[in-house]
Design a protein around this ligand. Structure first.
Ligand code: ZN
Length: 252
């Protein structure tokens, strides 16, 4: 099987070759935050990295270093959550993405694994695309992934540290999953507007009681994640081919 190319492992001659062939750049975004007692605190980054890695292979692209520190909100009081002032985060990310563009990467794909980053990333996307004729997308992989939950797991989608993210880690790093730590009665939490509790009573955040709970079946996880990745791949393929319609092409 083809291996992924990681930007940080290349020399400048190799980078120049990537620019010449307009290789797409995949940037994983995550955060550090609790993911129940059964998943690692870097789950969001690990998931985004896996998706980015697979897509980069499919499209002959390259994986940029990850943004591992993100905007954790709900679990901020629990170690080792990370948080930046939002404007600092926006500025930091925007400059790095914009510089990739200025230096020659014209197709940039952000793979986001963390809900708390969404607003800031959307703001950055708008700002950058107003300034430069670049192709930039943000893929919130877990949102797309929710559409396959029912057919593979026979339950409705879960949420945070639930069936989707547990599947992604079971798929990519089953050695980091501690099944015996998960106790549904203690770890599940269904947030409601009736009770705003910080920290929440559990870190497996579900939309509905008893639905979308973590599943530790490796075979199902593989089937599920292959569907998710294939689906994103098809969507990206369509997006890449649509650039031909842009007047003047991609370059300014
Ligand atoms: Zn997560």
């Amino acid at each position: 099987m083809k291996k992924a190319i990681y930007l940080k492992e290349l020399n400048t001659v190799q980078v120049e070759a990537l620019l010449q062939r307009e290789a797409p750049l995949f940037i994983p975004f995550g955060t550090l935050e609790p993911h129940g007692r059964h998943l690692p605190v870097g789950t969001d980054t690990l998931c985004a990295e896996k998706v980015a890695e697979r897509l980069s292979i499919a499209f002959d692209g390259v994986v940029a270093p990850s943004f591992e520190y993100g905007l954790t909100n709900v679990f901020l009081q629990t170690s080792p959550s990370s948080f930046f002032p939002v404007d600092l985060y926006r500025t930091f990310v925007e400059h790095i993405v914009k510089n990739f563009y200025k230096q020659g990467f014209k197709k940039i794909i952000i793979i986001n694994g963390h809900g708390g980053n969404q607003e800031a990333l959307k703001y950055i996307l708008r700002n950058i695309t107003r300034e430069a004729p670049m192709a930039l997308t943000i893929i919130n992989w877990w949102i797309y992934a929710s559409k396959f939950v029912e057919e593979v797991y026979n339950t409705r989608p879960g949420g945070h540290a639930a069936v989707e993210e547990t599947a992604a880690i079971m798929y990519s790093r089953p050695d980091l999953v501690t099944k015996e730590n998960y106790i549904s009665e203690e770890d599940d939490c269904v947030p409601t507007d009736a009770f705003w509790m910080f920290p929440p009573t559990g870190e497996v955040l579900l939309e509905e009681e008893g639905q979308g709970q973590p599943c530790f079946d490796k075979e199902k996880a593989d089937i599920y994640m292959e569907k998710v990745i294939k689906g994103i791949e098809n969507r990206l393929k369509k997006w890449f081919s649509s650039f031909n319609r842009l007047r003047g092409g991609l370059r300014p």
